[in-house]
Design a protein around this ligand. Structure first.
Ligand SMILES: Nc1ncnc2c1ncn2[C@@H]1O[C@H](COP(=O)(O)OP(=O)(O)O)[C@@H](O)[C@H]1O
Ligand SMILES: Cc1ncc(COP(=O)(O)O)c(N)n1
Length: 264
């Protein structure tokens, strides 16, 4: 059994954050574990409240996992504030953790801050240099480099700059552009454009979480990074195609779209 860890926030609505990540790991046949950084009271409509976990408790969860259930890959999502970011970076360094996929979560689709704006610099300084791949959406890439991203050429420029912050590779996700769902991957040498059809649905709650945890699951399974990203792109596209019209707002993706469960 391969093991994967998510370090992220809890989404009570089950569509994003820790819940999306654990479902994604399970859908890939990977054993999922979690370090919860923050609890959000959230549904498909919005975020009602956020309560951060203490940095000491974040570290203790990491210690519990790394001293017993060492992960083959790690995904990082919502890290909320500077003190949690520093503690997560310390835990990853103390236990020499590799294969880190960083989704620099900043704002929910419903508009709530999941990262304090003043913590963006700590994210850049502490977590990006530890990452095998960083997966910002257009807004997050723009915040990281201090410039609005409007097209594919801006996405490439952002990928280069984020690589310069110390990431090994970068995927800038173009889910919020018009046209095809085009993501740009940069490995420091070559650019790759990873494209699928755009699916016409409002139910995209948790797409970024699901995509990044699918990359981590595939890395844990032993695929190389480019293959892991390609497989994650196919998985998220299916999960959006079969997304769930549940709740009264932006519904979640369907994490088990490729697993057939028969009624008896
Ligand atoms: N409507 C859509 N149809 C197909 N793919 C999409 C759609 N929306 C987003 N994606 C893809 O889902 C993944 C997550 O992207 P995105 O939604 O931009 O992330 P985030 O949730 O962080 O904003 C990317 O691969 C993106 O291209
Ligand atoms: C706890 C938590 N983490 C992350 C997201 C981002 O969700 P998305 O993947 O839709 O950008 C979220 N809404 N809640």
């Amino acid at each position: 059994m391969k093991l994967a860890l998510t370090i992220a926030g809890s989404d009570s609505g089950g569509g994003a954050g820790i819940q999306a990540d654990l479902k994604t790991f399970s859908a890939h046949g990977v054993y999922g574990m979690s370090v919860i950084t923050s609890i959000t009271a959230q549904n498909t409509i919005g975020v009602l409240g956020i309560e951060d976990i203490s940095p000491d408790m974040v570290y203790l969860q990491m210690k519990a996992i790394f001293e017993d259930l060492y992960p083959n890959a790690v995904k990082i999502g919502m890290v909320s504030n500077e003190d949690i970011i520093k503690m997560v970076a310390k835990g990853l360094k103390d236990y020499n953790v590799k294969n880190i996929v960083l989704d620099p979560v900043m704002i929910s689709k419903s508009g709530s801050y999941l990262l304090k704006p003043e913590a963006v610099e700590a994210l850049k300084k502490e977590l990006i240099p530890l990452s095998l791949v960083v997966t910002p959406n257009l807004m997050e890439a723009g915040e990281l480099i201090g410039k609005e991203i409007k097209n594919v050429s801006d996405m490439k420029e952002a990928a280069k700059k984020i690589l310069d912050f110390g990431a090994k590779t970068v995927v800038v996700k173009g889910g919020h552009l018009t046209g095809d769902a085009l993501d740009v991957f940069y490995d420091g040498k070559e650019f790759y454009e990873i494209t699928t059809e755009r699916i016409d649905t409002k139910n995209t709650h948790g797409t970024g979480c699901t995509f990044s945890s699918a990359i981590a699951a595939n890395i844990a399974l032993g695929y190389d990074l480019v293959e892991s990203i390609k497989r994650a792109k196919a998985y998220i596209t299916g999960a959006i195609k079969h997304s769930l019209a549940i709740g009264h707002g932006v519904g979640p993706t369907n994490h088990f779209w490729n697993i057939e469960i028969r009624k008896v």
